[in-house]
Design a protein around this ligand. Structure first.
Ligand code: GLN
Length: 366
């Protein structure tokens, strides 16, 4: 009996005993070639039985390695040489030492970005030398992440949201996966209501993810996005351009202040909602680098829910909806607040982790 896993381990042993560097990598490449499958797929086929013929081929190639001068010199130089694999492993351990979560993933994203290679294909270039300029760029990024706790999204100026890549930079919140729950709900309502040309207001657009996603997913909609921050308006307008969203416009406004239109079918908002006594549970990168005015709100994080709910009725058309993203502990209280201001059918929706994440209510005149 000789399945893929056994042959792989035996071969690695065989090369390591003969002091060949990166034995596992080499064995994997040989197996991948002989079995004509991608190297990463080996690990999905561990139990596969190998034929005598395949085993013979593998042996032949293993011995080939021992003979090749290239590999002999490799034994001596590998220590000094800084090929991609060496630099990658060093970077991972640097981030790990600095207690950065998902160190390997982040390192691979940086390498893939700087070298212009897809992340899953990096292993095919493990033995490549990297030119000095790119090496420096990589070092600079890894240092910023490790030492300054700089979020990778601000370094690379991108974050994916709802399947699209958004431009992000210091000055706007990094879009969170949780916010997709809000967008999903908004889209469901808009589809069910099938209003001919739904008017949607997004309060506190930040990078623009919510408003732009709604505008693009519901091309018949007209979306207005407001923010008090110039930087946010600059970045959201940039995203509008990049993603070619013609049916959204942004204006500067402190909540409803500069809004004249009063017949919105839907108002959505992911306002700042963290109370200042929650700072100790927040991650260092967010605290150090994300805009505090996008994260924190007074009165136990409820300030914006109150101000927006209070005025929203005035700006909604009949049967219009108000949707908030909320902190996981704020469901009940925000729901009550909305009911107090007259909203009906108030509902709390959970995120993928099972935490309360969205509250929705409707303006009904009866
Ligand atoms: N609306 C933006 C987002 O959801 C910004 C939210 C904020 O800064 N609080 O990412």
């Amino acid at each position: 009996m000789s399945n893929l896993l056994e042959i792989l381990n035996k071969s690695v042993d065989y090369l390591e005993k003969r002091k060949i560097k990166e034995a596992r990598l080499k064995v994997e490449s040989i197996l991948a070639e002989v079995l004509s499958m991608q190297r990463i797929m080996l690990y999905a086929n561990f139990e596969r039985e190998l034929s005598q013929k395949e085993i013979a081929k593998i042996k032949e190639k293993l011995n080939g390695i021992l003979k090749k001068d290239e590999y002999k010199s490799d034994i001596i130089t590998a220590e000094r040489e800084e090929n991609l694999k060496v630099l990658l492993d060093k970077s991972v351990s640097f981030l790990e030492k600095n207690e950065i979560p998902e160190a390997r993933l982040k390192t691979e994203i940086i390498f893939s970005n700087v070298l212009g290679i897809e992340r899953m294909m990096l292993f095919t270039k493990y033995r490549d030398e990297i030119d000095e300029e790119k090496k420096n760029k990589i070092r600079e990024y890894i240092h910023k992440i490790g030492k300054e706790k700089f979020p990778i999204q601000y370094l690379l100026n991108e974050q994916e949201f709802y399947g699209r890549s958004f431009y992000v930079d210091k000055g706007v919140l990094i879009p969170r996966l949780d916010t997709e729950v809000l967008v999903e709900k908004a889209l469901n309502i808009l589809n069910e209501e099938s209003i001919e040309e739904p008017k949607v207001l997004d309060i506190g657009v930040g990078s623009g993810v919510i408003g732009i996603t709604i505008a693009l997913e519901v091309p018949t909609s007209k979306v207005m996005g407001v923010d008090i921050s110039e930087k946010a308006l600059e970045i959201s307008s940039k995203n509008k351009k990049i993603l070619k969203a013609g049916n959204i416009k942004f204006i500067k406004s402190d909540l409803f202040k500069n809004i004249e239109y009063k017949k919105f079918n839907m108002i959505v908002s992911n306002p700042p909602y963290i109370s200042s006594d929650e700072t100790d549970v927040m991650s260092e990168d967010a605290l150090l680098h994300e805009p505090s005015e996008a994260l924190f709100a007074g009165s136990e994080g409820l300030y914006f829910y109150n101000s927006i709910s209070k005025k929203a009725m005035e700006y909604l058309d009949e049967n219009g909806y108000l949707l908030f993203e909320i902190g996981y502990k704020q469901g009940e209280i925000v729901a009550k607040m909305m009911e107090t201001y007259g909203f009906k059918n108030v509902e709390i929706i959970k995120d993928l982790a099972g935490n309360d994440r969205v509250v929705v209510g409707q303006k009904l005149n009866n």
